[in-house]
Write a protein that binds this ligand. Structure first.
Ligand SMILES: [Zn+2]
Length: 266
């Protein structure tokens, strides 16, 4: 890999971590009805403002051992995780789409997508709710990415249409069956939108893979959480963040994956 690519990949990571830090603030404050821009970051425990030098994405949380410098109260890993995912997301998007002028619009759209996914995942994690406005923005980005892939790169519109039909149909059917047989809501309607729109963004097979990633990762992490927390099993887990992780990965790698798939198949 040429040096400039390594350098730009590192820049993308830093850029992603900074933006994701802001996405984390939005996800934390918006559901509580707090202003997103004011005040500056503060300790949720002692309310003291966090100095700029103690508010460096990723590093500050590690160096301060996940504690407030002032009152030593434990600060959760929420922002830290947002920043890590944002950094890695931007970096992977750059490595896949950032070095080519023709692909550049997809790179920009993917950065917006990672930013939005962190907000949706954060709010879903905090409140078990997915806001309509975030779904509309998600749909706009997904439509842009797929149309651009069809118009400029070598995407096939039917692949994306089938992806959407499969996503809405499959998850809609699961929800319906659960409702009729188990008499409970197995999936939020938000999750169905995440998968349906995601299907249009990535196509059938990458959608299936993102659902598998989400299910495996979600079950493993939720089981670990239940075992370690020693608490009663939560009535409802937020599946959205896992779906978004799988969909984000496939938005970045789906095209490459399909290329390999067809080469192996033909
Ligand atoms: Zn404090």
């Amino acid at each position: 890999m040429p040096e400039f690519r390594i350098l730009f990949a590192i820049f993308s990571f830093i850029f992603g971590a900074v933006f994701a830090s802001f996405a984390g603030v939005i996800a934390y404050r918006a559901p509580k009805g707090l202003s997103i821009v004011k005040p500056d970051s503060y300790c949720p425990s002692c309310k003291k403002e966090i100095k700029k030098s103690d508010n460096i994405p990723i590093f500050s949380w590690i160096f301060l051992g996940g504690k407030c410098r002032n009152c030593k109260a434990k600060i959760g890993a929420f922002s830290f995780l947002c920043e890590i995912f944002g950094g890695i997301g931007f970096m992977l998007a750059y490595l896949q789409y950032g070095d080519n002028t023709k692909k550049m619009p997809v790179f920009i759209a993917l950065m917006l997508l990672v930013f939005l996914f962190i907000i949706i995942a954060g709010i879903d994690h905090e409140t078990h709710d997915i806001y309509n406005i975030t779904l509309i923005l998600y749909a706009a980005i997904a439509v842009f990415i797929s149309f651009y892939r069809c118009a400029v790169l070598n995407g096939d519109i039917w692949e994306y249409i089938f992806g959407a039909l499969f996503g809405f149909g499959f998850f809609g059917a699961i929800k319906l069956v659960a409702k009729l047989v188990l008499k409970k809501d197995a999936l939020g309607s938000g999750d169905i939108y995440l998968v349906g729109i995601g299907g249009f963004m990535v196509g059938v097979l990458p959608l299936l893979i993102s659902i598998i990633i989400a299910t495996l990762l979600g079950s493993i992490i939720e089981i670990i959480k239940i075992k370690t927390a020693k608490t009663e099993r939560e009535a409802e887990i937020a599946f959205g963040p896992y779906l978004l992780l799988g969909l984000g990965l496939m938005a970045i790698f789906g095209e490459t994956f399909m290329k390999i798939y067809w080469e192996v198949l033909l």
